[in-house]
Design a protein around this ligand. Sequence first.
Ligand code: SAM
Length: 286
Amino acid sequence: MTDAANPTWFHEAHDYSGSAIGFRVTRQLHAEQTPFQNIEIWESTDWGNIMVIDGCMMVTGRDNFLYHEMMAHPVLFTHPRAKRVVVIGGGDCGTLREVLRHPGVEAAWQVEIDERVTRVSEMYFPELCESNGDPRAHLRFEDGIRFMKDAAPGSIDVVIVDSTDPIGPAEGLFTEAFFRDCFHALGDQGVIVQQSESPLYHGKILKALHGAMRAAGFGQTQTLLFPQPVYPSGWWSCTMAGKNLDLKAFREADVRAKPFETVYYNADVHRAAWAMPEFFRRLLEG
Ligand code: SAM
């Protein structure tokens, strides 16, 4: 029996890299198969609660700030004045919470295909869901691909794609067709950011993502790198694409004067996240 006195290990194996990552867990708090995916919640000895979808680590109580802050703040401080923000996926609600820390945001839609992810997050990650009742928050439970196809031209300032890996329902979120719909839905100087996997393990996905964003019409793309201990390789990325703006001209003075606290993100972290190691530069240029 697994309990606090007899912890055991939860492992996520990464066949493609011949490695695995493990967490010492005390009990399984929740398990269900939804129409879209398998959701598990584990209680761990050192990482708080853990959310696993289809065997892949999604969120832990201990380190989610890295991912959620990097998905929300760089893009929102890059757009000159983001008012209308769409989060595609992101059902744990952590990215939405970070978006709503920006007082200039007037409305944020979280478009999650699987309502159960949000309901389970409300139960086991209440801190991530603390802004769900904000009058600016609109929780929609539908396919993000369809949502962007139907969005009125120029109606959105920032799109944040907080998706699972590019398989199953998330596969279409990494395609040129999806980015083209985002391009049309974004207003002038609109910006999209997509979680873009590990620079060490998923180079092909990253290179294809830049190509798809540019083919969809975005003039500039920029990957940002950051640590994420619980994702494959411990090193993660998000990739921005912009419409008629310089992705490196972020509102640095506003970051330094931001009216909310962060754990990881600041102006120096923002700049540092652009630094491209040699292998990665060659990958993108080659
Ligand atoms: N931070 C996580 C990571 O990178 O592993 C992602 C977390 S979030 C829970 C990912 C969400 O994307 C899942 O809840 C999944 O249901 C949602 N998702 C996948 N495909 C989607 C689609 N086509 N439309 C909307 N949401 C989608």
